[in-house]
Design a protein around this ligand. Sequence first.
Ligand SMILES: Cc1cc2nc3c(=O)[nH]c(=O)nc-3n(C[C@H](O)[C@H](O)[C@H](O)COP(=O)(O)OP(=O)(O)OC[C@H]3O[C@@H](n4cnc5c(N)ncnc54)[C@H](O)[C@@H]3O)c2cc1C
Length: 392
Amino acid sequence: MTTSLFENTETAFEYQSTPALQKAKFLFQLFGNNTLVSLGTSATNIALSLHLPISSLFKITVFNHFCGGENFVECTKTIQFLSTFNVGSMLNYGVELKETEADFEKTILQTLESISFAGKNKHVKSICIKLTGFGRFGLFEKMDRKEVLSNTEEQELQGIKNRFERLCAAAKEYDVVLYVDAEESWIQDALDGLVEEMMEKYNQQKAVVFNTVQLYRNDRLAFLEQSIITAKSKGYFYGVKIVRGAYMEKERERAIEMGYPSPIHIDKPATDKDFNAGMQLCFTNLDIVTVCVASQSEESNLLAISLIDDMNIARNHPNILFAQLLGMGDNITFNMAKAGFNVCKYLPYGPVKEVIPYLIRRAQENTSVQGQMGRELKLILTELARRKKTRC
Ligand SMILES: Cc1cc2nc3c(=O)[nH]c(=O)nc-3n(C[C@H](O)[C@H](O)[C@H](O)COP(=O)(O)OP(=O)(O)OC[C@H]3O[C@@H](n4cnc5c(N)ncnc54)[C@H](O)[C@@H]3O)c2cc1C
């Protein structure tokens, strides 16, 4: 497989009008500037804390590029549009880091609605959730440290389990896949425990509940291996989304601050090596594993393609899905969909001000990751130049 598959910018951006591409070019040029992004992040945080009306500015810029919409009606347009290119959608109600029971209840109702919406829309077969949307971060930290919980905290935990179970039951009923996102390493053991419990219960016939494994962590390849062994020995199907991981700076800073060894790989090649090994491991266990390869890396996706072809696995094997974030990796998404693979876009949606942490993470991720934003910008510039030439 040559890299030329992903160099086809005509297919990659077929769905974008030239004015939309020009807007995207401006956005990525802005993101390419580290100073601007950090100034923008601080200014946004200040504006949010002062309750300044910054939503409209966000909506016409970053939000429209990276999010499906504010509600189902807006999302439906994006979903339909993507489906015309054989690209599915993975919905995520992008609300994060809530702290009160009322907020958790609001998020769960919204997520239940998105599950039933997905159940009725054949182009949305999966929903992503963050367990920190349904329970207090501090409680997850305490669970992760294996500290004894007070009676009130035990009740709180029961509340989280009940909410999570309502989602799993709805996902099963509507035949929708439920992906649980991976978050900070210092709460991840607590999250993994909850997800494994639900997998054992809901994945008896097929994978309904999926965990996420971040392979930028130096212990996660072993964790992935062990999770597959556990699923085999307990007799349930193992659903997993593999990612590199989105919290690298935060993880490293905390490790330095608190004086423990960083859980993150020493460098990018080490992360890549484990990500690719994790992918291969999943492909060799498709009798029990369903995997979502969630990555914008051209190298990893090309490797996936050659592994699948070399192992004589059908390109549209129901146990393999590829996913990229909306607004990124279009050259991978649309070219792979055209080549017959199961591909979808991760579509966050929700009120603009609630999705801002996600948008800030996208901006930071892209300035901090060497090459990524350059790659997006380069592709857009290539396509704009191609269109200009074909018009002449
Ligand atoms: C559908 C989908 C779902 C996602 N769900 C989650 C989730 O649940 N949890 C989560 O954390 N993230 C999630 N992500 C985000 C994902 O982790 C980032 O998009 C991803 O890290 C970007 O990497 P990449 O695979 O696209 O490839 P690349 O752009 O090749 O790799 C960039 C990544 O490599 C790693 N890296 C970069 N430099 C170094 C270094 N010096 N040392 C070690 N590692 C390095 C970092 O993880 C960085 O983000 C999701 C992404 C998608 C597409």
